[in-house]
Design a protein around this ligand. Structure first.
Ligand SMILES: Nc1nc2c(ncn2[C@@H]2O[C@H](COP(=O)(O)OP(=O)(O)OP(=O)(O)O)[C@@H](O)[C@H]2O)c(=O)[nH]1
Ligand SMILES: [Mg+2]
Length: 251
């Protein structure tokens, strides 16, 4: 596959936000880069990402769910491999980060949009749904309300996102055994009801963080590159197989 460099101009019109997850009082401020709203990522156009890494195809992934479920922390864990515990600073508006994954020899760039879960930013978030190729919908296993709100989030997704958007449900904070109020089985049942893949994650321990993004990247890559005779990649099957082989989630 040929790869050529393209120069990407910076644009400062994006609503700004902070990737927080504070540790020991550090500010953890503004680590995302800028990208205009509705900017198009061209699958199949070889290019150079912000991090000076080549990629073959690029997709937009949005993180959504109630405030405090751990969207920003999960993204920081995925991007930087760190969990920055401390006081919770809610995301303002929306921010994004890029990460290039090697999926079966193809460099897949994920442009990951971290949205604010707070109600007052909902109208900002709505504007981004239609460009998203994939959505990771979060609840917090220690917060029943965040789980009960999943249905409302799905209604919103069906209203604003593309019909063929790749969707996955994540029950985050699985490490918090003592505070858990939503059983894994409840998450599984809900996901089954809506026909979406599901896994529990932990931004704190890193459990299933890589897997969640890799599964999404594989699905998107297969969709965009598959030949007519090729049998499709099965996201559900991949997730179930990987979960089983990791032995992470046996009851
Ligand atoms: N135990 C545990 N705590 C977590 C985990 N992920 C996030 N937290 C904590 O949960 C709080 C909220 O995390 P954020 O990532 O900021 O939540 P958010 O979903 O981005 O919230 P908004 O930006 O308001 O939408 C922080 O205090 C984190 O330290 C996790 O996997 N385990
Ligand atoms: Mg946040």
């Amino acid at each position: 596959m040929s790869r050529k460099k393209t120069v990407k101009s910076k644009n400062n019109t994006t609503p700004t936000a902070t990737l927080h997850c504070k540790e020991n009082g550090s500010s953890g401020k503004g680590t995302g880069s800028e990208m205009p709203l509705n900017s198009v990522v061209h699958p199949s156009r070889p290019s150079l990402s912000n991090s000076s890494e080549f990629y073959d195809i690029a997709f937009k992934v949005m993180l959504v769910g109630d405030s405090g479920v751990g969207k920003t922390c999960l993204l920081v864990r995925f991007k930087d491999g760190a969990f920055l515990a401390g006081s919770f600073i809610s995301t303002v508006g929306i921010d994004f980060r890029n990460k290039v994954l090697n999926v079966d020899g193809v460099k897949v760039k994920l442009q990951i949009w971290d949205t604010a879960g707070q109600e007052r930013f909902r109208s900002v978030t709505h504007a981004y749904y239609r460009d998203a190729h994939a959505l990771l919908l979060f609840y917090d296993v220690t917060n029943k309300t965040s789980f009960d709100n999943i249905q409302a989030w799905l209604t919103e997704i069906y209203e604003y996102a593309q019909q063929d958007v790749v969707l996955m449900l994540l029950g985050n904070k699985a490490d918090a055994t003592h505070e858990r109020v939503v059983k894994r089985e409840e998450g599984e049942k809900l996901a089954k009801e809506f026909g979406v893949p599901f896994m529990e994650t932990s931004a704190k321990t890193g459990m299933n963080v890589e897997l969640a993004f890799m599964a999404i990247a594989k699905e998107l890559k297969h969709r965009s590159m598959k030949t007519p005779n090729e049998s499709g990649f099965k996201l559900h099957e991949y997730v179930n197989k990987e979960m089983k082989s990791s032995g992470c989630c046996k009851s």
